[in-house]
Design a protein around this ligand. Structure first.
Ligand SMILES: *Cc1c(COP(=O)(O)O)cnc(C)c1O
Length: 370
């Protein structure tokens, strides 16, 4: 028998989360962001659940080929654009739309031979200082692109640094608006946080963000972009990934007994612990200290001691009936409607849900379920 660990990808949850993006941005088209192998879920595995999107946004050319290989004929957007001139040949061949974030990419386009002009997303650096042209250089770049026979439509784009936090997006929206208000074309501004925050729970202190194309990343996978301010439940999102395993042993501890490497946990009372077949080599974060939530038979429990490579220990006090073979949910959907947000586990590890889902290890078998 294989190790009992497995991950589930929930098709219905993906489709549901996409509908949440549509509800929050009813006038916009929705990119399902599937970079990083669909945030660790697997592009082929999420395709069924997300095929109701208006397009797929990603950044790896091999991933774009995989989306086309699935039979998707609609829009595919390269979020970082081309990395070298010959990438443009693949864009022409596969009909990929691509971001232009810097002048060198315009030079490449100007030298590119293509029958079919390209749809490009011209990106402004409105304050994030990662990718994009400065507002002062944006108009000249637009004018140059617009004159190229290789270019068809130009969408104006920027990316927010603080849509999920107290600083908000107003300063970036203002910079973007000032430099683009009289330029034609569609706009793409909002990531998950901006889509949700500006959607059905709008904050009157924040400006409305016009986005013809919203870029739904983390929300598609059922994690809250602004956790712990709000939870996935608050946003009406469903987890797209479950990581689950079983107990493979139990131990009875006396006061003074310690658990695991480094003896970081000491029992202060007689207690029973369970050993779950999941460790950091499966993608479970080693930085989770004692007290990280975990479900055993759907009952909320807490880890004790350090996470090791293949195992972790759980205090079974809340669920005395548990034993070898009991189901353990590390995150996602547990039995009988129980649920554990990946964001809570991420918080215990000092990180965000994004990192945990992307880090699911290759050795964990994954099943797609309805
Ligand atoms: C990853 C990415 C997104 C999606 O961000 P989420 O926070 O996951 O919604 C949107 N836009 C760009 C440019 C990205 O790189």
């Amino acid at each position: 028998m294989p190790r009992p660990i497995e991950a589930l990808v929930h098709v219905e949850a993906l489709a549901h989360n996409l509908s949440r993006a549509r509800a929050a941005a009813p006038d916009a088209r929705v990119w399902a962001v599937v970079k990083a192998n669909a945030y660790g879920h697997g592009i082929e595995r999420v395709f069924e659940g997300l095929r109701g999107a208006d397009g797929f946004a990603l950044l790896d050319l091999a991933e774009a080929e995989r989306v086309r290989a699935l039979g998707w004929r609609g829009p595919v957007l390269l979020l970082e654009g081309c990395f070298e001139p010959r990438d443009l040949e693949l864009c022409s061949r596969l009909g990929l739309w691509h971001v232009v974030h810097a002048a060198h990419q315009i030079d490449w386009l100007a030298a590119h031979k293509t029958q079919q002009p390209h749809r490009v997303f011209l990106k402004m650096n409105s304050g994030m200082n990662r990718l994009g042209l400065q507002p002062s250089a944006f108009r000249a770049a637009w004018t140059r692109l617009n004159a190229l026979p290789q270019v068809d439509e130009i969408t104006l784009m920027t990316h927010f640094s603080d849509a999920d936090g107290p600083r908000g997006v107003a300063h970036q929206v203002a910079a973007f608006e000032a430099a683009t208000h009289d330029l034609p074309g569609e706009r793409s501004l909002s990531n998950s946080a901006a889509t949700l925050v500006g959607g059905d729970a709008p904050d009157p202190t924040r400006p409305a963000v016009r986005s013809d194309w919203v870029r739904a990343g983390i929300l598609s996978y059922g994690s809250a972009p602004d956790h712990p301010t709000r939870s996935a439940r608050d946003w009406g999102l469903h987890p797209a990934m479950t990581l689950r395993t079983r107990l493979i042993a139990t131990q009875d501890l006396a006061p003074g007994d310690t658990v695991g490497y480094g003896s970081t946990y000491t029992a202060t009372r007689p207690m029973r612990i369970g050993i779950a077949a999941c460790g950091y080599a499966d993608g479970y974060p080693r930085h989770c200290g004692s007290g990280t939530p975990v479900l055993v038979q759907g009952v909320r429990c807490a880890t004790v001691g350090r996470v090791s490579m293949d195992m972790l220990a759980v205090d079974l006090t809340p669920v005395p009936s548990a034993g070898v073979g009991s189901e353990v949910t590390l995150w996602g959907e547990g039995p009988e409607g129980a649920r554990l947000d990946i964001d809570e586990v991420a918080q215990a590890a000092g990180t965000i849900g994004y990192e945990l889902m992307c880090a699911l290890a290759a050795r964990v078998p994954v099943r797609v379920v309805p």
